[in-house]
Design a protein around this ligand. Sequence first.
Ligand SMILES: Cc1cc2nc3c(=O)[nH]c(=O)nc-3n(C[C@H](O)[C@H](O)[C@H](O)COP(=O)(O)OP(=O)(O)OC[C@H]3O[C@@H](n4cnc5c(N)ncnc54)[C@H](O)[C@@H]3O)c2cc1C
Length: 445
Amino acid sequence: MKLLNRATTAPTTWRNWARSARCTPDRIIRATHQSDLVDAVRYAADRGLPLRAAGTGHSFNPLVTTSGVVLDMTGYTGIVALDPAAPSVTVRGGTLLRELNWALDKAGLALSNMGTLEEQTIAGAISTGNHGSGLAHRPFSGQVLALTLVTADGSVRSCSPEEDPELFAAAATSLGALGVISTVTLRCVPKYNLRVTEGSLPLESVLEDIEAYAGSAEHATFSLKGWSDNASTLKLEPTDAPVSAEADRRRRANTLGEVRCATAGLAGRIDQRSVRRIMTAQLGGGSGPADYVDVSYNAFTFPQPVKFLSLEYALPLTSSADTVRQVHEEVKRFGLRTPYSITVRFSAGDELLLSPAQGRTTTYVNITVPRTVGYTELLRTFEAVLLEHDGRPHWGKAHTATAEVIADRYPGWKAFQDIRAELDPQALFTSDYLRRVLGSTRPRT
Ligand SMILES: Cc1cc2nc3c(=O)[nH]c(=O)nc-3n(C[C@H](O)[C@H](O)[C@H](O)COP(=O)(O)OP(=O)(O)OC[C@H]3O[C@@H](n4cnc5c(N)ncnc54)[C@H](O)[C@@H]3O)c2cc1C
């Protein structure tokens, strides 16, 4: 097999971005063509080895780890087709969001919404239910018009809401459990700028009517700290105004803010009081609350080189104010303070079988902590509250929920498992971790 001569390494270690998951698989295969995906799947199937597709490893849990084949998708990149009239774009699954944003920008186009990261692959983003914020926007997969998937028998299947809608509803957020996503077609919009406005409000005044707050801007977010009863507000609104002179500085300031969090996290290991001191110290340079304009993808995202751990759950918007109150109380009570904010974002519901926003308008609550042992306990305390309140874990974040807990929270769970059993009867795309969060592949009932 040609592929094995030029694009594989065996054995070597694969690690995720956060260094919280690693494996030494039998082989890592680096794909650059669609035929490599098909060859890799056949190679694994012929030898009875499991195969897991890998993007850039920005998931915090062992979603990719396997003893079999890791199929590294990061060399399988680029635009396959761009239709300015639709407008839509078809990209290879390993393309980074950053590369896509630049290509769309050149064509006068953009994505309508995204999260804060643009260093991950398109296929990894949709596979884990990646999202940004905005009540009028579904999670990232909501921009997907069609995709192609290499399944366990080596065939390439196409699906969209029109062509094979059942497969599409399962595959557009599927944790790599149904096959390898080869290409993704995304809806685009004309290129636009966003006005970024930061502020501060008493947390209680936001929670009093959380639905009103969620709808108060095209992309509304708020965040809170364990030592304050105020919420920091962040609103992004489309605007015709030009990009502000200070836009680049503001984006860099977001990155520096994370460096500051990491420093506070380290100092906090020696003296917990220093966390709050470092995080509330006024820095020079005249940077007050933000009010500036940037091109959309730069306003949504910022470079995040500093490693941390994150946990996030999707909750029903209507009952989420009480949940946020309770997690805030828990975080205040907990002995250790995380320097990072607890972030609250919103999305419209969707119909994808394993989407955490499936069937309900959603509030996402995220906690980020430094990567040290005491903070892992804080994650678990926080998670217990979110699980009690009908939370569904973000598939790419550091949750501990198992299939037994998660299954009943997804009306589409059985339909997904039926499609999984049909497409992958030999569990080629399953791992120990996937058995934990999705259960074993079982015959269709
Ligand atoms: C710094 C940072 C910031 C983040 N910000 C956000 C945010 O704002 N919003 C949000 O929702 N999430 C966020 N996340 C989570 C993260 O964006 C997702 O988990 C990430 O998109 C995964 O993409 P990846 O390319 O790293 O995939 P990986 O982590 O490599 O893989 C994730 C899953 O996708 C599967 N997969 C990858 N490629 C394919 C393929 N071609 N075919 C089939 N399956 C595939 C893998 O098997 C695995 O199950 C953040 C994470 C980090 C580290």
